[in-house]
Design a binder for this molecule. Structure first.
Ligand SMILES: NC(=O)c1ccc[n+]([C@@H]2O[C@H](COP(=O)([O-])OP(=O)(O)OC[C@H]3O[C@@H](n4cnc5c(N)ncnc54)[C@H](O)[C@@H]3O)[C@@H](O)[C@H]2O)c1
Length: 379
C-alpha cells in the first residue's frame, strides 16, 4: 500500500525508523512513496533520509493537495502542527485517503470531534500514532495492569518537568502559543500521559488543576515571543473506577528537571520503563514483562502504529490507539485547563460533549486572531 507523509519535521525521522524496523522484520506494510513539507529544503533532505533507510526515494511535494491529487496514495501520516490536523485530515478523507494522525488528535476537543465525524462521513479509517500505548513494552505494561499483576490500581503519580532555560521546546516557538498548540506542554506532552492513564485504568471521571505561565518571554536568540500557553500545570484526577492520580507537567523548571511514573496497586507498584515491585519485594524487569504479556507486538512504537493502520484498513481491526481514545485523552487535558480557568473540578464528559468550553473558547479566539492579518507575538 502506498503511504505519504505530510510534514517532514522533528518527528518524521522516528516514523521512518518505524517503517525501517518493519522492513527489517520482513513486515512490509507500506511503501513510503511521497513526502510533503511547505519547506522544500526540509522535504528534499527528508526524501534522502528515506532513501537511505528504506532504499527508495519518495516523490517530493510542497503542496499536500497536489500530492493527494497526483499520487495514488492509500494512506497518509499527518506530521504537522496541531492547528492544521483537522483541515488536512478532511482534505485527505475527501481525496479517498486513510489517515494516521499524530497526537494530540486535534488542537482542541471540538476539532477532534469533527475529525472523527469526517472520517465516518467519507468512510475512511483514522488511527492515532500514540507511542505511549504502542510498542511491545507499552502494550505489556497496559496488559499487565489490566490482567491484575499489581491488583486494583489505587493511585498514579506522574511528574514531568523540563528545563528549557527560557528557550523553546523541541526548537518550536509554535508549541508555546495556545492558538497553534491548544495549550503548552500539558497538551503537547500531556496527551501522551492521559492516553496512557486511560489505557491502563479506564476513563477519568473528574479533574482539578492549577496552571500558570511563569515565563513571560521565551527566546532562542533569533525568535523572541510572549507565550500564551501555560508552562506549568499541577493536576489531580479521579478515575471512574475510584483510582486517584497526581500529575505534574512543566517546561518552567530551572536547574533540574523531574521525571517519573509510579502506578500503585493493591498488590504492588509498576514503574514504566523500569520494573514492577510486588508485595513480597519480588522485582519483575520490563524484558520479562514483555515476554509474558506482549511477545506478539513489534518493539518500536511507531512501527506498531503502521501495523495498526494497515490492519485497520485491510482487516477492519480496531486499533489500540484509536482516534476515539485520542479524543478522550485530549478531553482529560482540556478538563484540567477548564478547571484551572473556572476554578472548579471538571467532569471529562462535560468537555467531551462540549458542555463546558470556557478554556477552549480562548484557544478558538487566538486561532481566529492568527488567521486575521495583524501583529503576531513573535518578534
Ligand atoms: N512522540 C510523538 O508522538 C511526537 C513527537 C513529536 C511530535 N509529534 C507530533 O507530530 C506533529 C509534528 O511535530 P514536529 O515536532 O515534527 O513539528 P515540526 O514543527 O518540527 O514539524 C512540522 C513540519 O510540518 C511542516 N508543515 C507545516 N504546515 C504544513 C503544511 N500545510 N503542509 C506541509 N507541511 C507543513 C513544517 O514546515 C514542519 O517541517 C505534531 O502534531 C506533534 O504533536 C508527535
Amino acid at each position: 500500500m502506498k503511504l505519504g507523509f505530510i510534514g517532514c519535521g522533528v518527528i518524521s525521522v522516528a516514523h521512518v525508523e518505524g517503517l525501517e524496523a518493519l522492513k527489517r522484520n520482513g513486515q512490509e506494510t507500506f511503501e513510503l512513496s511521497a513526502v510533503c513539507d511547505i519547506q522544500q529544503e526540509r522535504a528534499e533532505q527528508f526524501a534522502l533520509e528515506v532513501e537511505k533507510r528504506l532504499g527508495k526515494r519518495p516523490s517530493v511535494y510542497t503542496d499536500y493537495r497536489l500530492m493527494l491529487a497526483k499520487e495514488r496514495l492509500d494512506a497518509v501520516s499527518v506530521l504537522i502542527n496541531h492547528d492544521f490536523h483537522h483541515t488536512v485530515a478532511e482534505d485527505c478523507f475527501a481525496s479517498g485517503v486513510h489517515v494516521q494522525m499524530q497526537k494530540p488528535l486535534a488542537i482542541s476537543p471540538s476539532f477532534g470531534r469533527k475529525m472523527i465525524a469526517d472520517a465516518k462521513k467519507y468512510n475512511r479509517v483514522i488511527t492515532l500514532s500514540e507511542p505511549s500505548v504502542l510498542g511491545a513494552e507499552n502494550v505489556a505494561v497496559a496488559r499487565a495492569v489490566k490482567e491484575g499483576l499489581i491488583g486494583r490500581v489505587t493511585f498514579i503519580i506522574d511528574y514531568a518537568t523540563v528545563t528549557l532555560n527560557r528557550g523553546f521546546f523541541a526548537g518550536t516557538p509554535w508549541r508555546h502559543m495556545k492558538g497553534q498548540a491548544g495549550a503548552g506542554w500539558i497538551n503537547d506532552h500531556g496527551v501522551h500521559r492521559t492516553h496512557f492513564f486511560t489505557e491502563i485504568n479506564g476513563s477519568i471521571d473528574e479533574v482539578f488543576a492549577y496552571t500558570e505561565i511563569f515565563e513571560k518571554e521565551l527566546s532562542n536568540g533569533y525568535v523572541t515571543m510572549n507565550p500564551t500557553a501555560e508552562d506549568t500545570a499541577v493536576t489531580v484526577f479521579k478515575f471512574a473506577n475510584g483510582g486517584l492520580g497526581h500529575w505534574m507537567c512543566a517546561t518552567s523548571a530551572h536547574g533540574e528537571g523531574t521525571g517519573g511514573v509510579w502506578i500503585y496497586g493493591s498488590k504492588g507498584c509498576l514503574r514504566p520503563g523500569q520494573h514492577v515491585t510486588l508485595l513480597d519485594g519480588k522485582k519483575i524487569l520490563m524484558t520479562e514483562l514483555i515476554d509474558r504479556f506482549a511477545p506478539d507486538i513489534v518493539e518500536h512504537p511507531f512501527a506498531h502504529s503502521y501495523v495498526e493502520l494497515w490492519e485497520a484498513i485491510n482487516e477492519n481491526k480496531a486499533p489500540i490507539s484509536s482516534a476515539e481514545r485520542g479524543l478522550e485523552a485530549l478531553g482529560v487535558v482540556f478538563a484540567a485547563l477548564e478547571s484551572s480557568t473556572i476554578g472548579q473540578p471538571v467532569k471529562v464528559q462535560d468537555i467531551l460533549n462540549g458542555k463546558k468550553q470556557a478554556y477552549e473558547d480562548t484557544v478558538l479566539k487566538e486561532m481566529k486572531s492568527i488567521l486575521t492579518p495583524g501583529p503576531r507575538s513573535f518578534k
